[in-house]
Design a protein around this ligand. Structure first.
Ligand code: NAX
Length: 327
């Protein structure tokens, strides 16, 4: 029998976790031949809810689901992990400042980075979904010195999917006909969804849609889409976030062949004038678990100013947790 792949989901009893684990069990990530073991991590307060999720996974009778491990201990959940979705994090409380949220989560992700360093498979791939995702990825990876930083990434794919879908709707095209969208920067309202190199049916998107729509409608709509979903649905994006997490991991493993690139939060290497030291949404080409930044896409001043603004926010986030980064 094919050896099962060990997939970790943290925060597995939460909204996104609940949407994600059933798709993983159904084979939506690795296909219909690959058995999986799900290793689910939660905090003790959510242990009972997690037991309920496990009961439902059992009741799903998924042929590919070899085993389920549910634990509140990172050393148990991360053991020999091949693919890791770090979803669990503390939501913002009513009286909480953004910087307090940053620090509470920084502590969670430093502990989890250390546990990954000790217990995960050496070729593990780690996707950080929990917010602030880019800075949490930096913390987790910095706390896992034996794992190369490029084995960590943060999720920009929901933003990328939102941008591609908004363009497709405007251009009356299908998603398959849209290519070359990229979302630069932070997974926050400073992100820059860029259409400079996007195409629709092979034609430059900015020749099809007008510039005013791009600047004053498309960009803010994509930046604020998460808030709009909360207002409309009464709850934050969950199924679309889980779907984007699957897309991100699948593309990372299987590759971007067939499209120009995807958007991933990756450690910066100086590309696009962004100094090393943060995880930044960039255009990448992937192949069997590697992600290479697509360098030197031509960008105008408008685009560069937006990239600088989102970089500034990420530098500030980094400063807020600098003392938690190992020296
Ligand atoms: P929920 O609050 O529904 O679920 C989070 C779960 O994480 C809870 O069950 C909680 O018990 C668990 N948890 C908390 N601390 C933990 C720890 N130390 N170890 C393990 N589990 C822990 O949130 P949900 O809607 O599922 O969202 C999860 C995270 O994804 C949030 O931080 C959210 O902001 C973030 N998002 C990131 C997105 C992205 O594109 N990067 C988009 C969607 C989403 O907003």
């Amino acid at each position: 029998m094919t050896k099962p792949v060990r997939i970790v989901v943290t925060g597995a009893a939460g909204n996104i976790g609940y949407a994600l684990v059933f798709r993983l069990a159904a084979g939506d990530l690795l296909g219909p031949e690959q058995p999986v073991v799900l290793q689910l991590l939660e905090i003790p307060q959510a242990a009972q809810a997690l037991r309920g999720v496990v009961m439902e996974l059992e009741d799903g009778a998924f042929p590919l689901l070899h085993d389920v491990v549910a634990s509140d201990r990172a050393d148990v959940a991360f053991r020999d992990a091949n693919l890791v979705f770090l979803v669990g994090s503390r939501p913002r409380g009513a009286a909480m400042e953004r910087k307090d949220l940053l620090r509470v989560n920084a502590e969670i992700f430093s502990v989890q980075g250390q546990a990954l360093d000790r217990h995960a498979a050496r070729d593990v791939r780690v996707l950080v979904v929990g917010n602030p995702a880019n800075t949490n990825a930096l913390i987790a990876s910095s706390n896992a010195p034996s794992l190369p930083a490029h084995q960590f990434s943060s999720m920009m794919r929901l933003d990328h999917n939102r941008a591609a879908s908004a363009l497709a709707r405007k251009a009356e095209a299908t998603i398959r006909e849209v290519d070359g969208v990229v979302v630069f920067g932070n997974h926050s309202s400073t992100q820059f969804p860029c259409l400079d190199h996007a195409t629709v049916r092979g034609r430059r998107a900015l020749e099809i849609v007008d510039r005013a729509w791009y600047e004053t409608d498309f960009i803010p709509t994509v930046q604020q889409r998460g808030t709009a979903v909360i207002k409309t649905r009464g709850a934050s994006s969950a199924a679309s976030a889980a779907s984007a997490a699957l897309d991100h991991m699948r593309t990372w493993i299987q590759g971007t062949e067939g499209s120009s690139w995807t958007s991933m939060g990756v450690p910066t290497d100086g590309s696009y004038g962004v100094a090393p030291g943060v995880f930044f949404g960039l255009p990448v080409r992937t192949h069997q678990g590697t992600a290479r930044v697509v360098p030197d896409l031509a960008l105008d001043d408008f685009a560069r100013a937006r990239i600088a603004a989102t970089e500034k926010e990420l530098r500030e986030e980094r400063e807020g947790i600098a003392d938690l980064l190992p020296r």
